[in-house]
Design a binder for this molecule. Structure first.
Ligand code: THU
Length: 131
């Protein structure tokens, strides 16, 4: 997991966050061992900004991978940074409920959770079965 946190910390430095001043990095490992990273990319039209997790997921899908095995997210926050609600749903699209998610702060704090605990009661394809 240390390599994943290091990848998230490295890509975080490339974040484009002039509006919030809050740089975030995310890295994920796929089931076949590849690592993809992403950072937040803000926009002057604020709602158009994208989160670090979304960037990492986009890089993974663009490379032809679909199956997330592990995730790390890091920011310069007073406590380990939690993914926003939208990113929890995005992670759940490609990660099984028991996939480990490590939340980190630049100062060295770590907290470990999993996709199930980040998004209890997740909306899933089965909820559309009555169509
Ligand atoms: N941010 C992320 O990149 N990931 C998260 O899960 C939390 C929030 C970014 C979005 C925005 O650019 C900045 O942090 C402040 O909300």
């Amino acid at each position: 997991m240390d390599d994943l946190i290091a990848a998230a910390a490295a890509v975080r430095l490339n974040a484009h966050a002039p509006y919030s001043g809050f740089k975030v990095g995310a890295a994920l490992r796929t089931a076949d061992g590849r690592v993809f990273a992403g950072c937040n990319v803000e926009n002057v039209a604020y709602p158009e900004g994208t989160c670090a997790e979304a960037g990492a997921i986009a890089a993974m899908v663009a490379a032809g991978a679909r199956d997330i095995a592990e995730v790390a997210v890091i920011a310069d926050s007073p406590s380990p940074v939690p993914p926003c609600g939208g990113c929890r749903q995005k992670l759940a699209e490609f990660a099984a409920p028991d996939v480990r998610v490590v939340l980190a702060s630049v100062s060295g704090q770590r907290s470990e959770t999993c996709v199930r605990d980040l998004l209890p009661g997740a909306f899933a394809a089965g909820h559309m079965d009555a169509r």
